[in-house]
Design a protein around this ligand. Structure first.
Ligand SMILES: [Zn+2]
Length: 222
């Protein structure tokens, strides 16, 4: 990726497929796929200074403040595996986080990020997420719109009775989408104004989205 942005940020609502794509692209580029949830768990497990601050807050079930999260991000970016770049998936979520992340990226010599916004129509998203059912016996997953089981409600493999996560019910998905839009709209406007945002159609099939991303990243690296 000579000359290209090293810091990739994937923005998109729950169900937009950014986690799947982040995994694929991270593997292709040989760079780490970073999530702040993993960073927090690791810092706590390793007993770092920030991990010690975060632990009681997490134990109480409270939200870890930005100062601690961003401190962990800055520490993480100094590890050698980030030297060729990295992908943030699900971070930043708010404008203050984005602004502080920008300062960290400059301070650590990564320059401007390249932000990919996964745009997906609300009804597509609701179908994708609310169609998800899983088998409590063997963990198989189905989607009634895309990969339906042969017998409705029954696992093809072991006959388990399929269940739906409470979070995946249509009315909850609508709420999550609205919350995402409220919180993240200012973020995409901020990045768009800075000229570092590329929007892609996240409603396409998984392989088509990967192809689109490869096109953008190759062009950016040329
Ligand atoms: Zn099963």
């Amino acid at each position: 990726m000579a000359g290209a942005a090293k810091a990739l940020i994937f923005l998109g609502p729950p169900g937009a497929g950014k986690g799947t794509q982040a995994k694929r692209i991270a593997k292709e580029l040989g760079v780490p796929h970073l999530s702040t949830g993993d960073m927090l768990r690791e810092a706590v497990a390793n007993g770092t200074a920030l991990g010690k601050q975060a632990k009681p807050i997490m134990d109480r079930g409270d939200l870890v403040p930005d100062s601690i999260v961003l401190g962990m991000v800055e520490e993480r970016l100094q590890r050698p595996d980030c030297g060729n770049g990295f992908i943030f998936d699900g971070f930043p979520r708010t404008l203050p986080q984005a602004e502080e992340l920008d300062r960290i990226l400059v301070r650590r010599g990564f320059g401007n990020p390249l932000v990919i916004e996964f745009q997906v129509a609300e009804d597509t998203l609701i179908k994708r997420v609310s169609g998800r059912w899983s088998c409590p016996v063997g963990g198989e997953t189905y989607n009634v719109y895309e990969r339906a089981p042969k017998v409705p409600g029954i696992c093809d493999v072991d006959g388990g009775k399929l269940v739906q996560r409470n979070d995946d019910r249509p009315e909850i998905v609508k709420e999550r989408f609205a919350a995402y839009a409220r919180q993240t709209m200012p973020l995409s406007q901020y990045y768009r104004k800075r000229g570092v945002l590329k929007a892609i159609d996240g409603g396409l099939g998984v392989d088509d989205v990967t192809r689109t991303l490869n096109g953008i990243l190759n062009v950016a690296g040329a």
